[in-house]
Design a protein around this ligand. Structure first.
Ligand code: HPA
Ligand code: MG
Length: 203
């Protein structure tokens, strides 16, 4: 059994001057929701959960680019089984709103046939993009199919989406977050902490 996510929905934000934040980002951030050490500690546990629950040892771990790259790197480096790495690029975001148009880049889904597939996502909000990806992989009859996501925003879930991720780092409130790979128009990915953007930037 995978461990329960840590619920951050009622955590007060940490002031940007209470941790080290690049001056380039400081003015744009309302506060820090999850400091990097906390994120790292949780990923260590998610890696242990994945290692424990993957039975066949033929893991194909697919990183959903670009947002999941930091999470993916940390996660697979700590999985105590051989892991074949792969990446896929999908996206429906422009600014802070999901455009609803799911962009697809070429990916040969046939490589998922008969494999233990782990899809690694940064964040689930509406869940539409991820549900569609999971459907495409399922159609190839993998041996098993699991989803790991660092962050989950359940308040944003589309009512038609039934997908439940198997490994979740943190449940977060419906606020736009950046850092640890997550972006706003491709900025802030390198911020080490998970932080909330100032409202005026995302409105
Ligand atoms: N931040 C960055 N990317 C996202 C978010 C978010 O809060 N929600 C969905 N994609
Ligand atoms: Mg993403």
């Amino acid at each position: 059994m995978a461990s329960q996510p840590i619920d951050m929905r009622h955590s007060p934000l940490i002031e940007v001057d209470q941790l080290v934040v690049s001056p380039a980002f400081e003015a744009d951030l309302k506060g820090i929701l999850i400091p990097k050490g906390y994120v790292d500690a949780r990923i260590e546990k998610l890696a242990a959960d994945v290692s424990e629950t993957t039975v066949n040892g033929d893991l194909l771990a697919i990183c959903v680019l670009n947002g999941a790259m930091h999470f993916y790197d940390k996660l697979i480096g700590q999985i105590s089984q051989p892991v074949e790495v792969d990446t896929i690029r999908l996206g429906s975001y422009c600014g802070t709103s999901s455009t609803g148009v799911i962009l697809e880049y070429p990916f040969d889904y046939r490589k998922c046939q008969g494999r233990d597939v782990l899809v690694v996502e940064d964040i689930i909000d509406t869940g539409r993009t991820l549900e569609r990806l999971v459907g495409r992989i399922k159609a190839e009859n993998p041996l098993s199919l699991r989803v790991a996501c660092l962050l989950d925003k359940p308040e944003r879930r589309d009512s038609t989406v039934t997908l439940k991720p198997d490994y979740v780092g943190f449940v977060i409130p419906d606020l736009f977050v950046v850092g640890y790979g997550l972006d706003f128009n491709n900025r802030y990915r390198g911020l080490p902490h998970i932080a909330v953007l100032q409202d005026q930037l995302t409105r």
